[in-house]
Design a protein around this ligand. Structure first.
Ligand code: ADP
Length: 265
């Protein structure tokens, strides 16, 4: 199912502190939108407003044509992956992946097939009987991604999914996420990160945030070549990060080539 995301002047406040200020932003169906910005700028809050974990003080959130502003998380058709995997330690990998589907009321007879399919997509099929503690960090994050995919979401919400991994694993997982995006062309992805390389590698467009506000939004090329605000220029305006080539497994930043590992586990 193909469904984009639309923030319509969404504001979120904690007490007197406005942490998301009238956000207007549209993620097109099948698009990867990175939310990029420094710590505390409101990125996670925006993502949690789509997930249904925070209630906007004002404004509406749409997934596809549906106004989901008042709906509980499990009725929104979203899959979510956070930094620290959040797997249940007492459940095997397959049980962890099945868990989300039960809350979504997927018919019981469909669950094993969908668990197998999701573990296949993430290269984790042979680990189905393991417990999370028997897996590396990268493998646990793959299971978390499988759990999110198993519900066949129209929208995938990724909150700093790679920041707990070491540099080498991170580049492998970046390639994996790029591959998944190609295999799931209908799924819209909102990708929260403070890392420019991740945003450049994966995103069709990047929304730049600072101090609760959207500062800029455009393709990587637009933001790096013609930033609309001073903040964007100073935050993303590294002169070396000019030419971007994504999708082939290699990303070139000016003179430097970053190889993204797109092969298997
Ligand atoms: P980011 O993801 O860009 O790091 P967040 O959306 O997590 O930013 O946080 C934005 C602001 O909201 C921060 O100042 C943070 O301290 C505050 N904040 C986030 N969650 C809560 C909460 N549950 N209660 C109070 N303040 C919060």
């Amino acid at each position: 199912m193909s469904s984009g995301i639309r923030f319509d002047r969404v504001s979120v406040a904690y007490g007197k502190n406005t942490v998301l200020d009238a956000l207007d932003l549209t993620v097109e169906p099948g698009e990867v939108m990175a939310l990029l910005g420094p710590s505390g700028s409101g990125k996670t809050t925006a993502l949690r407003a789509v997930a249904g974990f925070v209630r906007p003080a004002s404004g509406r959130v749409f997934i596809g044509e549906r106004d989901v502003t008042g709906l509980p998380p499990h009725q929104r058709g979203i899959g979510m992956v956070v930094q620290q995997y959040a797997l249940f330690p007492h459940m095997r990998v397959a049980e962890n992946v099945a868990f989300g589907m039960k809350a979504q009321k997927v018919p019981k007879s469909e669950i094993p097939g969908r668990v197998a399919e999701a573990l296949d997509m993430t290269g984790m099929a042979s680990y189905a009987r393991r417990f999370p503690r028997e897996l590396s960090g990268g493998q646990q994050q793959r299971v978390a991604i499988a759990r999110a995919l198993a519900i066949r979401p129209g929208v995938l919400l990724l909150d700093e999914p790679l920041s707990a991994l070491d540099a080498q694993l991170r580049s492998g997982m970046l390639g994996e996420l790029a591959r998944l995006h190609r295999e799931l062309p209908d799924v819209s992805i909102l990708y929260v990160t403070h890392d420019q390389v991740e945003a450049l590698t994966l995103a069709d467009r990047i929304a730049v945030m600072d101090k609760a506000r959207l500062k800029d939004c455009g393709t990587p090329q637009e933001l790096y070549r013609t930033p609309r605000t001073e903040f964007t220029a100073s935050f993303v305006g590294n002169a070396n990060l000019l030419s971007v080539r994504v999708g082939s497994g290699a990303v070139s930043f000016g003179d430097t080539d970053l190889k993204v590992d797109t092969g298997g586990v």
